[in-house]
Ligand binder design. Structure first.
Ligand code: KIV
Length: 271
């Protein structure tokens, strides 16, 4: 007899209810089946197949090089692992900026070929038409404001955004517009905590922060960073829950020594 475990799947509606109840939303990135399975089994609410895969998985300096097909490959690997979490996939740089028609076909391709549940786009009022067009196809959209890594060459640095009043006012306006357009949630990256709290209070949709303080409705981190696999990246907002760079390195070194010393495999480890 097979035991079938029942999961209550997280939906965009669940996230809205969580905000209304004051229950914080936990979100992490994943790009492959094995990691996604561990994260989903741990009870995460949202998994983001972020274009940070461009940095973390492919070793690029920015998120710009990753392609739509590469995002679909990562997303479909993640989707095969998921029983409960809502899966959001980043529309990569160049797949939605040109016009809303292209944005819609990129979003449809992601949904059709990966089985993902929603997409995320970076930007405010400049991508209004793309957001609205994607929504008309029934695809939920998550917004992303503050530090938007796809615009790194416009910003010039990865430092904190919206410290000045003018940029902060523009961000508040954009956040309100994204809610009006119909986004189901919003990511705020690397902005002052006070500003992020203000935005979360003004919006009815959930606001999920990364480097945006504790006054928002949820948190997201890049999994490889919070596990301490990427030891060179140390922003103030990052809490490391493990030092996997060190413990994995020690395991690899031990394996190499065991092989060289003919200690592995031993009699019990062979046929
Ligand atoms: O790509 C990503 O991982 C992201 C998070 C940093 C929010 O967009």
């Amino acid at each position: 007899m097979s035991v079938h475990k029942e999961y209550k799947k997280v939906t965009t509606h669940t996230l809205l209810e969580m905000k209304q109840k004051g229950e914080k939303i936990a979100m992490l990135t994943a790009y492959d089946y094995t990691m996604a399975k561990i994260i989903d089994d741990s009870g995460i609410d949202v998994i983001l197949v972020g274009d940070s895969a461009s940095n973390v998985m492919a070793g690029h300096e920015t998120t710009l090089p990753i392609t739509l097909d590469q995002m679909i490959y990562h997303a479909s690997s993640v989707i095969r692992a998921i029983n409960r979490a809502l899966v959001v996939v980043d529309l990569p740089f160049g797949s939605y900026q040109a016009n809303s028609k292209e944005a819609l076909s990129s979003a449809i391709k992601i949904m059709k070929e990966s089985g993902a549940h929603s997409v995320k786009l970076e930007g405010g009022k400049e991508i209004k038409e793309s957001i609205e067009r994607i929504l008309t196809a029934g695809i939920p959209v998550m917004g992303h404001l503050g530090l938007t890594p796809q615009s790194i060459y416009k910003f010039g640095t990865y430092s904190v955004r919206a410290r000045e009043d003018e940029e902060a006012d523009r961000l508040i306006e954009d956040a309100q517009l994204l809610e009006q357009y119909g986004c189901f949630a919003l990511v705020l990256e690397k902005i002052p905590a006070e500003l992020a709290t203000k935005v979360a209070k003004k919006l009815t949709i959930p606001v999920i922060g990364i480097g945006a303080g504790g006054g928002v409705d949820g948190q997201v981190l890049v999994t490889h960073d919070m596990l301490g696999m990427t030891h060179e990246f140390s922003p103030r907002f990052l809490r490391r829950y493990l030092n996997l760079y060190e413990s994995m390195g020690n395991a690899f070194k031990k394996y190499i020594t065991d092989v060289k010393n003919k200690d592995f495999p031993n009699k019990n480890e062979q046929y």
